[in-house]
Design a protein around this ligand. Structure first.
Ligand SMILES: [Zn+2]
Length: 102
């Protein structure tokens, strides 16, 4: 039980600190200098960036996004978008077909 209380205390402390790092600017919520997005906006944003930079890998797409944006499931969202990207899936499939032929 003590541990539960301790965990709660840490969680509250972290939440408080997060709040302090957040501020509003021109109707947008920022975390430190990163823009915090609404959940439904994140998928569209990731897809746009991923396509804009030329269907880069998850790692490179993430690096690009992390410079400016922040949200809780940033990695999950990004993986999902790359997984749903038709061009990436086609490239992946043709690679594995080539490999199996060779
Ligand atoms: Zn792609």
């Amino acid at each position: 039980m003590r541990h539960q209380v301790l965990d709660d205390a840490i969680e509250v402390d972290q939440a408080k600190r997060r709040m302090l790092n957040c501020h509003w600017r021109e109707n947008m919520l920022f975390f430190k200098n990163l823009m915090v997005l609404k959940l439904k906006e994140t998928k569209v944003l990731v897809r746009n960036i991923h396509e804009e930079i030329g269907h880069f890998s998850e790692k490179r797409t993430l690096a690009k996004i992390k410079k400016r944006f922040f949200w809780h499931d940033i990695i999950e969202t990004m993986k999902m978008v790359v997984k749903q990207s038709q061009r990436c899936q086609l490239a992946k499939n043709s690679r594995s077909i080539r490999l199996s032929v060779e």
